[in-house]
Design a protein around this ligand. Structure first.
Ligand code: FES
Length: 183
C-alpha cells in the first residue's frame, strides 16, 4: 500500500500527524487571527461613525451679554444665536431667554417657553408677572406659577458669569409635565 507524503508523516504510526489536517488547522488559525485583527480595527471605526448619531443633542455655552447691562430684579429678554449639534448635523438657531439679575454677580435664566403647552410668554411690568397669551398662565419673577394651567414653574437654564459676561446653555424641555424633563 502506498502511503502518500500528503497524508502521513514518515514517523511511526503512533506519532504521525496527517499533513492535510495540519494545513487545514493552520489555515483556520490564520483566518481567525485575520478576523480578530479586522474586528479590532472595525469596531472602533464603526463606533466613531455611529456614536455621533446616537449621542444626545449637544449645545455650547453662549455669551448673551454683559451682566452690568441687566437691571436688578427686572427680567430682560436676551436674544442670541446658539449652535445645536444633533449627531452629524450642526445648525444655528436664533433663541431668546429671560434673565433676572438677582445681585451684582448672580443671574437666574429662564427658558422662554411656557411649561403648559409651549407658547412663548413675556414679562409684564404692570402686573409684575410673566404672562402667557395662550391659556392665561402666569408666573412671578422667580418663575413660580401664580395662575392658569401651567403644571410647573418656569424651566431654569444653566448659566454662569465669567469676566462680567453672562453665559447660557440653551435647552428644550417637555411641556405639560409637573417635572422639568429635558428633550
Ligand atoms: S401654553 Fe402657556 S398657558 Fe398654555
Amino acid at each position: 500500500m502506498n502511503h502518500s507524503d500528503d497524508t502521513h508523516s514518515s514517523e511511526g504510526a503512533g506519532l504521525s500527524t496527517p499533513v492535510g489536517t495540519r494545513r487545514t488547522f493552520f489555515h483556520w488559525v490564520t483566518v481567525a487571527a485575520a478576523g480578530f485583527v479586522g474586528m479590532g480595527l472595525a469596531v472602533p471605526l464603526l463606533g466613531s461613525l455611529i456614536s455621533p448619531a446616537l449621542s444626545r443633542r449637544k449645545r455650547d455655552w453662549v455669551d448673551v451679554g454683559g451682566v452690568a447691562e441687566l437691571p436688578l430684579g427686572r427680567p430682560m429678554q436676551l436674544d442670541h444665536v446658539t449652535t445645536i449639534r444633533d449627531g452629524w448635523m450642526e445648525t444655528k438657531a436664533q433663541k431668546a431667554v429671560w434673565a433676572v439679575r438677582r445681585s451684582e454677580s448672580e443671574v437666574q435664566v429662564f427658558s422662554p417657553i411656557c411649561t403648559h403647552l409651549g407658547c412663548g410668554y413675556r414679562w409684564d411690568d404692570g402686573a409684575q408677572k410673566f404672562l402667557c397669551p395662550c391659556h392665561g398662565s402666569s408666573f412671578d419673577v422667580n418663575g413660580r406659577v401664580t395662575g392658569g394651567p401651567a403644571p410647573r414653574p418656569l424651566d431654569v437654564l444653566p448659566s454662569k458669569v465669567e469676566g462680567g459676561r453672562l453665559l447660557v446653555m440653551y435647552k428644550d424641555f417637555k411641556s405639560g409635565l409637573t417635572e422639568s424633563v429635558e428633550l
